[in-house]
Design a protein around this ligand. Structure first.
Ligand SMILES: [Cu+2]
Length: 202
């Protein structure tokens, strides 16, 4: 029996993907700034994420992320997902859209989508995939495919919190469509108390 427990413990230790979120998990909080200033609204289209640590071993879980088309607009404009995730693309409008995804490392696609149609695609590799509509040129979205499950989008006030992060050392990065990807620096995530670090697109 003792041996069995030991085997189970070793198994869990070497399979971080199987570990459950626990009170021991840490978090990182901060503000997104542009040249040192808050920019309401703009920061809501930023993706903040942690790479390294146990991130590479974690697998996508939870509900399927959705990119919707509503009132001739993509909702959300920026959709972060972990590599390996399936993404559902919905048309909530009463009109035809044509979803055109421009990928380099993932499969590009070009799908005519009638009213209320849904379809799914899987994004296996980290990259920024731009999505547009061939019928409505003003429609624009980004699927931000990340290696890590530890990501978030800030609120309109620019504040963000990445929760459920296993303690360890990570690289904090962020992306915005105008600035591209920036590396903020190394952060140490500890169990229990939240870490703090601001993200500044200088
Ligand atoms: Cu359209």
């Amino acid at each position: 029996m003792k041996n069995l427990i030991l085997v189970a413990l070793v198994f869990l230790a070497i399979h971080p993907a199987l570990r459950l979120a626990s009170a021991q998990d840490g978090s990182l909080e901060g503000r997104v700034l542009f040249q040192g200033k808050e920019e309401r609204g703009k920061s809501a289209d930023v993706v903040v994420y942690l790479e390294g640590g146990e991130a590479a071993d974690a697998r996508p879980e939870g509900p399927v992320p959705v990119l919707s088309q509503k009132d001739i607009t993509y909702v959300p404009h920026v959709l972060p997902v972990q590599a390996g995730s399936e993404v559902e693309i919905d048309n909530e409008d009463e009109i035809l859209h044509n979803v055109h995804a421009f990928a380099e490392l993932n499969e590009s696609f070009n799908v005519a989508q009638i009213a209320h149609m849904k379809f799914r695609r899987t994004f296996y590799r980290p990259e920024i995939v731009h999505v547009g509509c061939d019928i409505h040129s003003q429609m624009s979205a980004y699927i931000v495919v990340l290696r890590t499950p530890y990501f978030t989008k800030p609120g309109k006030d620019g504040r963000f919190a990445i929760r459920g992060v296993p303690p360890g050392r990570y690289t904090l990065r962020a992306w915005h469509e105008k600035s591209g990807t920036i590396t903020v620096g190394e952060v140490e995530i500890a169990a229990g108390r939240p870490g703090e670090r601001d993200v500044d697109f200088e």
